[in-house]
Design a protein around this ligand. Structure first.
Ligand SMILES: [Ca+2]
Length: 127
């Protein structure tokens, strides 16, 4: 399957020292396949994505900001689950746990990052 998630991290003012090598931003994805209002069932932890983020430098601020980074992740699930989706356009709740520097632990969808955010949205999956 060729589906991907995309998350854009928009930077405008957080790394200021010259020569900074940047840091890692991690995103763990969950999909509520069973539609039971949790992300704890089998195959609902979709795994981890990451991106190296860095400041382009003060000289570039006027011309290159805002800057966006994308994290893409292939959707993981077995064929039998795909067959059970009840329609050709099934909608599922998706959660993204975004964390700066610290890796969001596996199978803990309610984990709160110290520096980061948790986002939820609905995504339509096409058979
Ligand atoms: Ca669930």
């Amino acid at each position: 399957m060729k589906s991907f998630f995309l998350i854009h991290v928009q930077k405008d003012d957080f790394i200021k020292w010259k020569g900074d090598p940047g840091s890692m931003e991690y995103v763990r994805f969950y999909i509520d396949w069973r539609r039971d209002d949790d992300f704890t069932d089998m195959w609902e932890d979709q795994g981890l994505g990451s991106v190296h983020v860095f400041d382009p430098g003060a000289a570039a601020h006027d011309t290159e900001l805002p800057l966006e980074y994308a994290v893409k992740k292939r959707v993981r699930f077995p064929n039998w689950l795909w067959e059970k989706l009840e329609s050709r356009c099934s909608v599922r709740r998706v959660r993204a746990v975004c964390s700066w520097v610290t890796v969001p632990p596996a199978n803990r969808p309610n984990w709160q990052p110290f520096w980061g955010n948790v986002f939820e949205t609905n995504i339509r999956f096409h058979k």
